[in-house]
Each structure stands twice: as structure tokens, then as C-alpha cells.
Write a protein that binds this ligand. Structure first.
Ligand SMILES: Nc1ncnc2c1ncn2[C@@H]1O[C@H](COP(=O)(O)OP(=O)(O)OP(=O)(O)O)[C@@H](O)[C@H]1O
Ligand SMILES: [Mg+2]
Length: 345
């Protein structure tokens, strides 16, 4: 048996609605889709030869699985036992990927984890998340996702982070200290709500077409945009079994633009609460992150809205996948002992 090391392993985990990422102090980084599934019956078990499946594998085999997405609308689903179990499986899986296991190289007793969750979840699900981590890690710090992003970018003073994920859009104004409730906002207008809207619009326009939310999401991730860009979006879907081309340009734009008004309203509201002499600096340091931040034209649209209040700059991030987990890791490495919560098993 391998000797467990006594070194502390620090990890940052971004627990997302659609994707969850982990960055560890041993240099390992992984991202998985936030799906957990269990074989529905004996046949499925025989085919899959596994008791549980996580991530992309779970989505690919979903016809054989009781599939769960443990976070929805930015909240951990506490209703069913299966969802509780799913969060735990997901967290254990992420930790196993970086080498933490009950009998593995790194003992869970030596793990310190910073977990980034949507700001709304931070308010309502903290105790639940703590329980999910019991016996999996030794010390825990739960932070909001946009704060972890700010930490990764070292954008800690007079900045605003807008993290548009799948379940939620999270806003945070950084004032050079741990953010408080008043510095943060969460909206449920985000990637998932765009998918729902887009599916509905396409079904209305092409009632005969056979389209699923999984197809719609793929199209969105390829072609999303807001504003006028003169481009045409043609996709193919089966109509009564026959692959048929459909023009979804107007629907794509309309669906993506549903997040624009609430995002602008929240951004301007948070800005108006910043002390007057710092508002200009914050306006010039707006950072767009998360998968939804990749919507083409969104940065420009938000900048246009800032013109009403004196102008500003919105930067978007090209590769947001590990920003949250890297920020969590940086925080884990910096945090003094007193900032950690000890979890007794
Ligand atoms: N190019 C793109 N254009 C628009 N949306 C995209 C693009 N790429 C990814 N997305 C969407 O971004 C969302 C995932 O982003 P992200 O990984 O930041 O979310 P998450 O962290 O899992 O969710 P949350 O932060 O709400 O918990 C999904 O809805 C995905 O479809
Ligand atoms: Mg996220």
C-alpha cells in the first residue's frame, strides 16, 4: 500500500451547473460536465458495467441512466436523496481525478478545498454543501463564483465581475476585501434559460422538426450572438425523420438577447451603489466571464449601456474554463489557517 503523504494538497473547485472544474496544487487540472447518472436497471448495469457514471460519459449513456444534474438555477437541489448523492459523487470524482482517494496517493485528511458556488447558493445551501464535503476533505472554504474569478485575475479592487454561467449569472463588485452580500447579485437569466427560450422559438417556427435541448445548446455554443452582425445561421434537424435545413438566425438572436436587459439593469444598479469617487474605475474594469460571456457582441452591448452613465470598458475572457477553479486554488494557497473551516468526518 502506498504511504499517504503528509503534505497538504490545496484545491480550487468551481462547482458549476453545467461544468465543474478542479485545479490542484500538484499541477493537475480537470473539467467535467456536471452530470451524474446511475444505471436504471439490471440490463443497463450489465451493458455499462459500472455503478455510477459522471460527466460526458453520463450524458452519452443517458438512455440507460437515471441522470441527475445536481445544481439547477444556481441552487443545489436538496429535494431528493439522489441529488444529494449526486453532488457528493461529483465532488469525489473531481478529487479522485487530481489524486485524492480514500486509499490513494493523497489522503483526504490532507486536503484543503476552496469551493466556488453561485452567490445565491452561498446564502441558502452552505450547510448542505458542508455536509456533502464531510469525509472528503479536511478543511473547506466556500466562496462565490465571481469572487473566485476576481481572485484568479488579481482584479480585487474597483472591478466588477459578471459571470454568466448555465444556471445563473453572478455579479460581484470587488472592493479589495472579501465581498459581502450587498456587493453581489444572482440572476437566473443565463445559459439554461437561453436554451429553453431558443428551443421554444424553434419549435414555434418549425413545429414539425424534432429538436432537443441538447441540440439547441450545441447550436448556441457555436453560433450565439446579440445585436446585428449580418450573419445567417443554418442548422440541420430531422423533420419526420428527414434531415432538413432550418434558418434559426432570428431565434438565436432573440434567445440570446433575453439575458441583455436583466444583465444591464443589474450591472447599472450595482454600479450606482459604489461610492461615487470609485464608480468610474469600476465602470472601466468590468470583466465578463463564464460560458455565457462568450456570446458574440455581448461585451459591446454592455459597453453601449455604460455610455448612459459616463462610459466604461468590458473585457471578455477567451478561455473561461479554469478561471474559477484557478482562483479557488490561488485563494486556498493564500488563505491563513484562521480562514478555513475544519470539517470533522
Ligand atoms: N460560445 C458560447 N456562447 C454562448 N453560450 C455558451 C458558449 N459556450 C458555452 N456557453 C454556455 O455557457 C454555459 C456554461 O458556462 P459555465 O461553464 O460558465 O457555467 P457553469 O459554471 O456550469 O454554470 P453556473 O455558473 O451557472 O453554475 C452553458 O449554458 C453553455 O451552453
Ligand atoms: Mg460558473
Amino acid at each position: 500500500m502506498a504511504e499517504p503523504t503528509t503534505d497538504i494538497l490545496h484545491v480550487g473547485i468551481d462547482l458549476g451547473t453545467s461544468r465543474s472544474a478542479i485545479s490542484a496544487s500538484n499541477g493537475e487540472r480537470f473539467v467535467v460536465e456536471s452530470y451524474v447518472g446511475w444505471p436504471v436497471d439490471m440490463v443497463a448495469k450489465k451493458v455499462l458495467k459500472r455503478t455510477v457514471m459522471i460527466g460526458h460519459e453520463a450524458v452519452a449513456n443517458r438512455t440507460m441512466l437515471d441522470l441527475h444534474r445536481p445544481l439547477e438555477r444556481g441552487l443545489l437541489k436538496e429535494g431528493s436523496d439522489k441529488d444529494v448523492l449526486a453532488v457528493r459523487e461529483l465532488l469525489k470524482h473531481l478529487l479522485a481525478l487530481v489524486g485524492v482517494s480514500e486509499k490513494g496517493k493523497v489522503d483526504s485528511a490532507n486536503v484543503r478545498a476552496v469551493v466556488g458556488v453561485p452567490a445565491a447558493s452561498l446564502r441558502t445551501n452552505k450547510q448542505y454543501l458542508r455536509n456533502s464535503m464531510k469525509g472528503i476533505v479536511d478543511s473547506l472554504m466556500i466562496v462565490s463564483e465571481p469572487f473566485a474569478v476576481a481572485y484568479a485575475l488579481d482584479a480585487l479592487l474597483h472591478t466588477m465581475i459578471i459571470d454568466i454561467g448555465a444556471g445563473t449569472s453572478d455579479f460581484c463588485v470587488m472592493k479589495g476585501r472579501y465581498p459581502t452580500e450587498e456587493d453581489q447579485r444572482t440572476l437566473t437569466n443565463a445559459g439554461d434559460s437561453i436554451d429553453t427560450q431558443l428551443l421554444k422559438l424553434i419549435e414555434e417556427r418549425y413545429p414539425q422538426a424534432n429538436v432537443t435541448v441538447f441540440m439547441v445548446r450545441e447550436w448556441k455554443e457555436k453560433y450565439s450572438f446579440v445585436g446585428d452582425n449580418g450573419e445567417k445561421i443554418i442548422v440541420t434537424a430531422p423533420v419526420r425523420g428527414v434531415p432538413t435545413e432550418m434558418d434559426i438566425t432570428a431565434d438565436m438572436r432573440a434567445a440570446c438577447e433575453t439575458v441583455v436587459p436583466p444583465t444591464i439593469e443589474t450591472m447599472l444598479d450595482l454600479l450606482s451603489r459604489v461610492e461615487p469617487e470609485f464608480q468610474e474605475r469600476v465602470r472601466n474594469n468590468v470583466i465578463l466571464s463564464g460560458g455565457g460571456g462568450l456570446i458574440r457582441g455581448l461585451d459591446k452591448t454592455l459597453e453601449d449601456a455604460l455610455k448612459q452613465v459616463g462610459g466604461g470598458k468590458v473585457k471578455d475572457m477567451e478561455d473561461p474554463v479554469f478561471i474559477g477553479s484557478d482562483g479557488g486554488l490561488a485563494l486556498a494557497l493564500d488563505a491563513p489557517d484562521t480562514d478555513w473551516e475544519k470539517l470533522s468526518a
